[in-house]
Design a protein around this ligand. Structure first.
Ligand SMILES: NC(=O)CCC(=O)C(=O)O
Length: 261
């Protein structure tokens, strides 16, 4: 089974949701025109890291984003891993993913579990507490958000329930892009899964972002690197490869969880 994945490596307008919704809609339509099965968006694509303005610009209960993604998924017959958006739920703010299938049904949600202090998330956001599992385009999958990448124990905790593709939407600054690549390759190898990771480009008040959205196979080979420009990039994932990798080295079967503390 093969699937074409589109990676929306976008610039994000800081604190300007309307402009970002419009750009995201264009990216989703472009991916559908290229006959992609799945499109993946970056982290916090509605607001960027305008965290001190969340009271005014966060999406209330994620309602606008949910309607927007559902409609675009259905109209364009495309599966959407909705990166993440800043939302308000009750009196708290979250960094939240919504995942839609191509009929416009919400099939997964995820609140970022590990908040990134260097970008002040811990001052403004509440952390999630749950794993995300979903079957998208017929593929058992799991999603994380950016800094979650640095916690292999969390990725493993989720992946051990079975995930053929691990999604990592991000706003990962260029100063640490070497670490981004190495850790994404590591998560792919150790979990014997494809990794699809979408980073933004552009700048905000504190950071420069240079993309390098990646698709990585279960052996850690980079299948596609979107480079440093704003673009929607495409890659094909061949799920047959999973059995070839997992058969001879069955790491999930060989785990010794009784020894891990
Ligand atoms: N938005 C994020 O979570 C950034 C994480 C990051 O840059 C890191 O180095 O980790």
């Amino acid at each position: 089974m093969k699937r074409k994945v589109a990676l929306a490596q976008m610039d994000i307008q800081l604190g300007l949701p309307e402009a970002n919704y419009q750009k995201t809609a264009r990216a989703i339509k472009a991916a559908a025109d290229h006959h992609a099965d799945i499109i993946v968006l970056p982290e916090m694509w509605n607001t960027g890291y305008a965290l001190n303005k969340l009271k005014d610009i966060a999406d209330n209960n994620g309602q606008k984003t949910q309607q927007f993604l559902s409609k675009l998924a259905l109209e364009n017959k495309i599966n959407i891993v909705g990166g993440s958006v800043a939302i308000r739920r009750g009196t708290s703010f979250y960094n939240t993913s919504y995942i839609y299938d191509q009929t416009g049904q919400l099939i997964g949600t995820y609140d970022k579990v590990h908040l990134f202090g260097l970008m002040d998330e811990n001052q403004y956001l509440k952390a999630g507490v749950k794993e995300s599992h979903f079957a998208l385009a017929g593929i058992p999958s799991a999603s994380f958000i950016c800094y979650d990448l640095r916690f292999p124990e969390w990725v493993r905790t989720t992946a051990r329930h079975g995930a053929d593709i691990l999604y990592f939407p991000a706003e990962w600054p260029s100063s640490r892009i070497k670490q981004w690549k190495i850790m994404l390759q590591s998560r792919a190898i150790e979990n014997q899964a494809f990794v699809v990771a979408v980073n933004r480009v552009g700048t905000d008040l504190d950071n420069d972002f240079n993309g390098h959205s990646l698709v990585i196979d279960p052996l850690g080979n980079i299948i596609s690197d979107a480079g440093e420009e704003e673009r929607v990039s495409y890659a094909e994932v061949d799920l047959e490869k999973l059995a070839e990798v997992r058969g001879p080295i069955p790491v999930f079967k060989d785990r010794r969880p009784e020894l891990y503390h």
